[in-house]
Design a binder for this molecule. Sequence first.
Ligand code: ADP
Ligand code: ADP
Length: 228
Amino acid sequence: MFIKVENLKKSYRTGDVKTDVLKGVKMSLGKGEIGVILGPSGSGKSTLLNIIGGIDRCDSGKVTVDDIEVTNLTDDQLTDYRRENIGFIFQFYNLIPNLTVGENIEVVSNISRSPLDTDEVLKAVGMLDKKYRFPRELSGGEQQRVSIARAVVKNPKLLLCDEPTGALDFSTSREILKLLQQINRDFGTTILMITHNTAISAMANRVYRMRSGEIVEEIINERIIHAE
Ligand code: ADP
Ligand code: ADP
């Protein structure tokens, strides 16, 4: 399995109160697949995604991504792991406001080991004609396209998306989900996504439903074959 999560536990302590955010989570995802995490707010979805992506730490358990034991890495190794392997997409686009679209992409490609061509990636997300625009001149959907381009330009093995359509209207959301599927197909990128959007759940290879820090349902959709 490309992603393998075993008995993952994490809790937070605030004062005397201990909150178990992940209570022994087990999940997996194959290479080139699309996985979806569903569940109510506060159920631990972002925490799980962030530990897989190396921007958060667990208390115990094991996460491997493409044979890298993420839970064993030092802080420096985690930085390299993120830089080389992971693209992040969030609900809010986090583009740098005083840089153009093209420059926002190049900030990332300049520090990547084997980046894709900026124009190629902008073309793939349908934003090449907006290369010299600034983020404030773009609609929400367009800004999310640019943030997808920024995540994809480093040619990551894994794309982690935390509610990528959470701030978008219905039809724009559909376009963004289609774009993510296209990236999965064209670049062979494995995608793990937190979403409330049932349209993508229907297209996912695996769907995990979380509740109070536990996986309460796993749906494996054998019929769906994405990129290898
Ligand atoms: P979800 O993504 O499903 O909404 P999260 O993973 O963001 O859930 O959060 C799960 C729980 O962990 C929530 O109860 C949240 O309040 C708590 N939590 C998350 N981050 C922290 C933190 N840094 N300190 C304390 N509690 C946190
Ligand atoms: P949406 O319907 O997706 O919300 P908008 O109505 O916000 O889109 O934008 C429609 C078009 O106008 C987009 O192509 C966007 O690039 C352009 N646009 C929006 N705001 C500005 C602006 N302040 N300056 C230049 N172009 C803009």
